[in-house]
Design a protein. Sequence first.
Length: 366
Amino acid sequence: MQLLTLPPSPSLATSIRASAQVFEDPRSQALLAHLQQVAPSEASVLIIGETGTGKELVARHIHNLSARRNGPFIAVNCGAFAESLVEAELFGHDKGAFTGALTAKAGWFEEANGGTLFLDEIGDLPLPIQVKLLRVLQEREVVRLGSRKSLPINVRVLAATNVQLEKAINAGHFREDLFYRLNVVSLRLHPLRERPGDILPLARHFIRSYSERLGHGPVALGAEAQAKLVDYAWPGNIRELENVIHHSLLTCADGVVQAQDLRLSHLRLERQAGSSTGKSGEDLLQQAFSRLYEEQPGDLHEKVEHALLRSAYHFCHYNQVHTAQLLGLSRNVTRTRLIAIGELVVNKRRAAAPAQLANRVMRLSI
């Protein structure tokens, strides 16, 4: 069995990333064969898949199969930085480039020199940074914030997204020329529900891993539990499976995980079951729209948009990343709209710092 795992990290405990990946299902085996063909090249790769499907693991495997395997592998979450700090993080900055820049600092492109830079959630990059990223990919050089000196770089870029970039392009949130620059090779990771052959091998891996951590002896997976795992839709993909197995090992008895030990998302199960009977979701939506047209004529677009955003945010338990994924938007766009409708309250003192930084950067660039 081909098994990929992330290096141990304290951040994995609260991460939504997949920490393991296998290639047992026929779809996964086809992906692995394609991956092995393109990995030795220097081509940019765009990895597409839902949150928790193992995009970073695939990127690391591409790096390890390439001639850059002895160089650094740097993984960067593009949605994790404030918009005003993205440029400095990616491309570095000189001393005095902005308030608080007491020393010069290399960016992630420089840190990855001679190796591979993995840009996760590439769809969250602000448009001005997309322009600069395109130039870096074309010219193979970076210019630190506050500097005029170009620094040559030798970096292979792998990017990943959990949103459909084609829709983001049509909506004006992502540059088409950057998409084609990144999408030399495209790898699509199927969600776990579409590759059932991977479910039990992953479950057994997590059972072994967490049994060792918890000091348990050998733990088996009961027949009914196996069937329940395979039948479930796994909206949270591999990461959700890991969490379910971890919890089951805390409650199981006699060294066997039974079906009742598996704590699955009942809300999602009910929603899936309900969708197979009666009216479809689209029919219900059309029915709701018809009532709105009759009861509240005028100004409906804004009301519906706000209601959709607010409802999705509550449904995702106030998680911005999950809300963005559900709506097919970037995290930055989702955050901005949540602030606009009052669902997110920004601390004024904290918000002032990025604004001051942006003003400082603008003055330096003039």
